[in-house]
Each structure stands twice: as C-alpha cells, then as structure tokens.
Design a binder for this molecule. Structure first.
Ligand code: TUI
Length: 312
C-alpha cells in the first residue's frame, strides 16, 4: 500500500489517526505509529506545555513518525504551533480554522503540514500557501464538521488541487478505505474506530457507547450558532436540540456543552457529557489493539483493491 502519502510521511500504511480532543493522547498516537499508521496527539484546547510533555512521552514509546493536531480555535494555538516546531515533530494537522499564519514557521522547521478542510475553497487556499497534503473531512465525521459528505467532498478536492488528498469521515473498515481510493484519495484518516481500541485511554463507558451505537444514534448540535458538532445522542444532545428549536442564545447553548467532552472521556458521563463520534460508530463492533485494527483494515482493503494498482 505504498502511496504518495506513505512516502511523504515515511509510514508503512496510508492510515492516519484523527487528532481527537481529549482522546488522542500519547499512548494512542504511539500505538498507531508503532502499528505502521500515523498516530497523532490532539492538542485540542490544552496549554502548550501539556503538548510538549505529550510529544516527549510519545517519543519514549515509538521511534516511528507521529504528528500533532492543532485545534485552531484553541486560545493556546499560537504557543502550540511554536512547540511543535521546537520539538521536531514530523507532521502537523490542523482543524477548525485556517492555519496560514503558521505555515512559514512550520515549513522552515521542516514540519509536514496537512490542514483538515471541509470545503474546496479552503483546500485551494491551503495548497497555495504551501500545504504538503490535505485531509478532506466529510460531514459523517465526529466533532466539529462541515456540510459536505465524504462521497462528494473528496473527488471535488482531488480535482481542485495537485497535492495528495486524505479522505476522512465515515470510514471504519476496508470497504470505506477502498472507496476512498476510488474517489482519488491517497490515504484515509479515521477517528471513531481508534477511540474504541485497547490503547485508547477514554473511559470504558465511552467505548461501550460506540460499541452500542446504531445507525440512528448520531446527532448534530450547534447548527443554529454556526458551530455544528456531531456526537452520539443522549440527554445532552436532546436538551441542546430542544433549546436550539426554542431559539436559545449562543451563551445558553455554549454553557450546556462547556466541559462536556472532558466529562464523557474522563469521567465516563455518557448521559450528560458530549460523546463526540462519527456516523461510523455504528460500524464499530469490537475493541481491537491498534495493531490488530490496522492489520484488519489492510487485509480487507487489499482483498478489494490490492490487484488494481490504484494506490498511486
Ligand atoms: O476540527 C475538527 N474537528 C473537531 S475540533 C473539535 S474541538 C471542540 N471541542 C469542543 C466543542 C467543539 C469543538 C472537535 N472536533 N475537524 C476538522 C475540521 N475543520 N472540520 C471542519 C473544519 C473547518 C471548519 C471551518 C476548517 C476550517 C474552517 O474555516 C476556516 C476558515 O477560516 O475559513
């Protein structure tokens, strides 16, 4: 499965783990990288020194490349951007914004930059300012999302840019990976299935909520305030959507979800916490190790498209 992306990143398989807030800490990142994919530490809204410590811990567990995801709405984004350059991190992905102002610093430090985008316009802009590749993330993904599905977003971005495209959103097995390659992607990014792995440190209740999830259990809150977030339905999403229908203000809605992801991930409160997960949660059937999951994905993908020579 050699592709432009495995070559660019120096990894064995074209499978990247999403940089999920609170979930993607160094144990998971190192687990994915040791299994031949690209693990990511999710900087989320954490202070820069926490991120530095995570990077140093990951380096103790793996000598393979790994990356850091920077959530651009974080109040610490500027400092975290500097830390990744200082610590010699190989790859940065970004989410929830436009990373243009950091591009020069990262390129000078030799960091590969892979913005996560949800639109063709931002994809083109990122190529112009020097991105090495892009993650095209469809609305099937968990957390903060755009409006286009993976099926329509990936081919449009593939047509619009000349850098490799990594498909994300709704991918949880070899069929999804094979489909992504058919759409022109050169790798995939998966989040939800990696939440439910042995190496993932999330509360057991969070993993069980993913295992139990059915096709109808996904909800998007925050559309009315221009901040759509996908999570598994529970008391919190119900109350949030009821309040949105009743015309609640930005402040009232924000108050409801404040600290909600931490409550779900750390405390295991899957009733009133925010159980962010993609629509693919319904396809996650068992808890595997990162190694077992990646080997399963590679085997399934190879059985479907291994003979076609389309990895590119
Ligand atoms: O960033 C994500 N997913 C996320 S970030 C996140 S952190 C959070 N925590 C608590 C509540 C809410 C969020 C959880 N999930 N995915 C990548 C992604 N980026 N999806 C969509 C975008 C995006 C959206 C708008 C990128 C750029 C953009 O506009 C950029 C601009 O300025 O034009």
């Amino acid at each position: 499965m050699k592709t432009e992306v495995t070559e660019l990143l120096g990894i064995e398989y074209p499978i990247i783990q999403g940089g999920m807030a609170w979930v993607a800490e160094y144990h998971l990142a190192a687990g994915v990288s040791n299994a031949g994919g690209l693990g990511l530490i999710g900087a989320a809204s954490a202070p820069a020194e926490w991120v530095r410590e995570q990077i140093r811990e990951a380096k103790k567990l793996t000598d393979k490349p790994f990356g850091v995801n920077i959530m651009l709405m974080s109040p610490y984004a500027d400092e975290v951007a500097k830390v990744v350059a200082e610590e010699g991190v190989k790859v940065v992905t970004t989410g929830a914004g436009n990373p243009e102002k950091y591009m020069k610093m990262w390129k000078e430090a030799g960091v590969k930059v892979i913005p996560v985008v949800a639109s063709v316009a931002l994809a083109k802009r990122m190529e112009r300012c020097g991105a090495d590749a892009l993650v095209a993330e469809g609305t099937e993904a968990g957390g903060h999302i755009g409006e286009n599905t993976t099926m329509v977003l990936v081919p449009q971005i593939v047509d619009a840019v000349n850098i490799p495209v990594i498909a994300a959103g709704g991918i949880a097995d070899g069929r999804g990976i094979a489909a992504a390659f058919m759409l022109g992607a050169r790798a995939v990014q998966m989040g939800t299935h990696f939440v439910a792995t042995k190496e993932s440190m999330v509360h057991e209740n969070y993993k069980n909520a993913i295992l139990k999830a059915k096709d109808i259990d996904s909800r998007v809150t925050g559309r009315t305030i221009g901040h759509p977030v996908r999570a598994l339905r529970n008391q919190m999403t119900k109350q949030y959507l009821d309040m949105e229908k009743a015309g609640a203000s930005f402040e009232e809605l924000e108050h409801l979800t404040l600290g909600g992801l931490r409550r779900a991930v750390v405390d295991g409160d899957v009733v009133n916490g925010s159980v962010m997960a993609g629509q693919s949660a319904a396809m996650v059937k068992e808890i595997l190790s990162c190694e077992e999951l990646i080997q399963k994905l590679v085997k399934e993908t190879d059985a479907l498209i291994g003979g076609l020579n389309i990895y590119g």
